[in-house]
Design a protein around this ligand. Structure first.
Ligand code: F0G
Length: 458
């Protein structure tokens, strides 16, 4: 008998209280936070969907492993365990532990980057792009055509446009392209998965032109779930085998362990080429730490080693992906426009379609973020013109291509009743949608303004 209710495949051993608040209190908190939920205290939040990064609940096995952390400066036991776990997945012999994903990015991309160099990706994540651009190089996104249609059933909207890839490499000159970066799943492209066929096509082109092929693998286990269930040839492979096959094609990998390694902090850079690894190790030692701990404690490396194993558990991945889909599909049924199909770690709402009466220069995404908090104490993030908008020389906003709101779901943290509560909050969002108001930015820093900007309600 197959039951339709998918239960969390874990029991809860330790709990953390959530402080509940009234709408009246939240209106005040939001005002004090200048209508920017990044400036809220976590205690003022009921359901925190700001990010799935570093917010996982660790297992009892991970906590137990942490007690065995070997904190020796060099050659620690914990380093050996970490190295073995990363090697078994990536088959890459050179592994550099870093304190999080962007530290691995900074090391690799500052070494490979510089003026006149190009990087090509399905979509660069913001820290990836920032590290590349900071080096003076240019980052070019080439998502597949299907990615632009939010409503079709195409299951792999995270794919890279391989025709464009080959054209771009030829146009820029293969020697000027520092790397091709495949991000799985494609976070900035709606958390959509990439299929193996696409990963193989990218590998072929990189090989043909001698361009370095990098996997941004922070959600590689979630991506493997979609491959197994939607790409015929992979139905009988395990999730780990699928991930291993994806790594086997690449020359290097960067990972933010804060996602699919189920830990609160950590990352790595893995490579096949010894010369590249030697250069990167120099940078690691200068800024992160010695080669056998990088930016991590021994106990962190223990937790990552266990997490990288747990994340491929079939029951866990089924629960993880199905619970994200449960949220997305249920709010979609109520008429909330979302990027469809639902991706692995988050549900992305098209705020421009939900609030057509709010012009883009009044930030419909931020309006929804504020409404979610006011009505339900839910914290989400705008991925639209507040995050990516720029100004022209007359100070007029050049809007971002999309006005999205991301509900990112922490791993193993919330139960189905939490998710049901969120779904219920959307009834009120829909009922009152015509009354939602736009916002105006009153204070902003020059870079990454969405983190600290102040806004006012219009
Ligand atoms: N690459 C991708 C695809 C990411 O999603 C992130 C982080 C990074 C790299 C950088 O890793 O944070 O460990 O330095 N994404 C987080 C998010 C911040 O909320 O999506 P990091």
């Amino acid at each position: 008998m197959q039951f339709k209710t998918i239960i969390e495949p874990f029991r809860i051993k330790s709990v953390e209280p959530i402080s509940l608040s009234t709408e009246e209190q939240r209106i005040q908190y939001l005002k004090e936070a200048h209508y920017n939920p990044f400036l809220l205290k976590s205690e003022q939040v009921i359901i925190d969907f700001l990010t799935d990064s570093g917010t996982s609940a660790m297992s009892s096995n991970q906590w137990a492993a942490m007690m065995n952390g070997d904190e020796s400066y060099a050659g620690a036991r914990s380093w050996e365990r970490f190295q073995k776990a990363v090697f078994s997945l990536t088959s890459m012999p050179h592994i550099l532990p870093t304190h999080q994903g962007r530290a691995a990015e900074r090391i690799l991309y500052s070494h490979l980057g510089g003026k006149g160099r190009y990087f090509i990706s399905n979509t660069h994540f913001d820290t990836t792009r920032a590290n590349i651009e900071y080096s003076g190089a240019e980052a070019i996104d080439i998502p597949c055509e299907e990615a632009h249609d939010y409503t079709s059933n195409f299951p792999f909207k995270g794919n890279m446009d391989v025709e464009k890839l080959e054209k771009l490499i030829l146009e820029k000159g293969p020697d000027n392209v520092s790397a091709v970066i495949l991000t799985v799943t494609n976070n900035s492209g709606g958390g959509q998965p990439v299929n193996m066929e696409n990963a193989k096509d990218v590998a072929k082109i990189c090989k043909k032109y001698g361009v370095l092929y990098v996997l941004d693998c922070c959600r590689v286990a979630e991506n493997a779930y979609f491959i197994k269930h939607n790409e015929k040839e992979y139905a009988d492979k395990t999730y780990k085998e699928i991930a291993q096959e994806m790594f086997a094609m690449c020359d290097a990998a960067v990972m933010s362990a804060k996602k699919d390694a189920l830990v609160n902090m950590g990352g790595f850079l893995a490579m096949r080429n010894k010369h590249l690894a030697d250069e990167c190790t120099q940078l690691l030692i200068i800024t992160e730490g010695f080669a056998t701990y990088g930016g991590l404690s021994g106990r962190d490396m223990e937790a990552i080693a266990v997490g990288l194993d747990e994340v491929f558990d079939a029951d866990y991945l089924h629960y993880r992906i199905r619970s994200t889909q449960y949220l997305g599909e249920n709010i979609r049924k109520k008429g909330v426009p979302i990027i469809y199909p639902v991706g692995g770690h988050a549900v992305y709402i098209d705020a421009k379609a939900l609030y057509p009466h709010i012009p883009v220069d009044q930030y419909p995404g931020q309006a929804l973020v504020c409404e979610l908090y006011r009505i339900g104490g839910i914290r989400a993030v705008e991925i639209g013109s507040l995050m990516f908008g720029k100004y022209d020389e007359n100070g007029k906003l050049i809007p971002a291509p999309m006005e999205l709101v991301r509900l990112a779901i922490p791993r193993r943290v919330y139960t189905q009743s939490h998710v049901d509560y969120v779904i219920e909050v959307f009834d009120e969002i829909i009922r009152t949608k015509d009354k939602a108001r736009g916002l105006n930015v009153t204070l902003e820093p020059q870079f990454l303004r969405h983190f600290t900007a102040h806004l006012e309600m219009l």
